[in-house]
Design a binder for this molecule. Structure first.
Ligand code: URA
Length: 240
C-alpha cells in the first residue's frame, strides 16, 4: 500500500503575499513591485498579479518575507451590533476583538443588527467564500421565533423554494423543523439579503426573533459577546 503526505500549496497574487507578510497596504505593495524592489526566487518580478506560494523565496529590499497565518474566529453576536467594520447606528461587532489587525478581518455571512448568534470572522477570503457560496451547500441553521402560528404546508413550500420579492429565482430548498407553533429551526444553504425574514413574509408570517446556531459543522459554544479561535479541525470542516 502506498501512503503519502500531500501538501496543498495555496497560490496567491504577489501583491497579496507582500501585504500579508508586511504592514504595507495594497497600493504600497503594488508600487514597490512595479518599481522592481521584489525578487521571487532570485528574479525581479514587476507584475503584482504574478501567482506565488509560500514555498517561493520572496525578498523585499533584501529581506525574506514570510506570510502570517490566517485567523479564524467564532463569535456569539449580541443584538444591536453590526457586522461591518465601521460603527454606524449600532457598534461594530469587531469592537469585541481585543487583537491586532482587526481591520483585516471580515465576517463570513453577515447577520442583521437585530439577529444574534454564530458569526465566523477571518482574513482568509477563500475560506469565507466557501461558506457563503450557495454552490458549496454549506448549511446555516437559524432558530426563528414567529409572530403567528406556522401554517400547514410551509415545510413543503420551503423545501420546494419560495419566491421572494425582487428575486428572479426561487429560494434554494430549505429544511424547516417545527419546534412548536411559533418556534422553528430553518436550515439554509444560501444567504440572500434578509433571507429568513423575507421567506416567512412570503408565507404570511413575521420573524420576531432570529438566532444563528450553526454553520456547517461549527456550533455556537460561547456566551453572548464572547469569542474564540476555531480549531484547525473546525476550519477544515469547511470543505474546499
Ligand atoms: N436572514 C435574515 O433575515 N437576517 C439575518 O440576520 C440572517 C438571515
Amino acid at each position: 500500500m502506498i501512503t503519502g503526505i500531500f501538501w496543498v500549496l495555496i497560490l496567491m497574487r504577489l501583491d497579496k503575499f507582500v501585504c500579508k507578510s508586511t504592514e504595507l497596504t495594497k497600493n504600497e505593495a503594488t508600487h514597490l513591485i512595479r518599481e522592481g524592489q521584489v525578487l521571487v526566487n532570485g528574479d525581479v518580478i514587476v507584475s503584482e498579479v504574478t501567482q506565488v506560494h509560500e514555498n517561493n523565496q520572496i525578498i523585499l529590499n533584501g529581506q525574506l518575507l514570510k506570510t502570517r497565518s490566517f485567523r479564524y474566529i467564532l463569535m456569539n453576536k449580541p443584538e444591536n451590533t453590526i457586522c461591518s467594520n465601521i460603527d454606524e447606528v449600532y457598534p461594530s461587532l469587531f469592537n469585541y476583538l481585543d487583537i491586532d489587525r482587526v481591520s483585516e478581518l471580515h465576517v463570513a455571512g453577515r447577520l442583521d443588527a437585530d439577529t444574534t448568534g454564530l458569526v465566523l470572522m477571518t482574513d482568509d477570503g477563500r475560506w469565507s467564500f466557501d461558506i457563503i457560496r450557495p454552490l458549496k451547500q454549506c448549511k446555516k441553521v437559524y432558530r426563528v421565533g414567529l409572530s403567528r402560528s406556522i401554517k400547514d404546508g410551509v415545510v413543503e413550500k420551503f423545501r420546494h423554494g419560495v419566491q421572494l420579492q425582487g428575486e428572479s429565482n426561487l429560494t434554494l430548498p430549505a429544511e424547516l423543523e417545527i419546534i412548536n407553533r411559533s418556534e422553528v429551526l430553518l436550515t439554509l444553504t444560501e444567504g440572500k439579503y434578509h433571507q429568513v425574514k423575507r421567506m416567512f413574509a412570503a408565507v404570511g408570517n413575521r420573524v420576531v426573533s432570529l438566532h444563528r446556531e450553526k454553520i456547517g459543522n461549527i456550533s455556537l459554544d460561547v456566551g453572548l459577546g464572547e469569542w474564540r479561535y476555531l480549531t484547525m479541525d473546525e476550519v477544515r470542516t469547511i470543505v474546499r
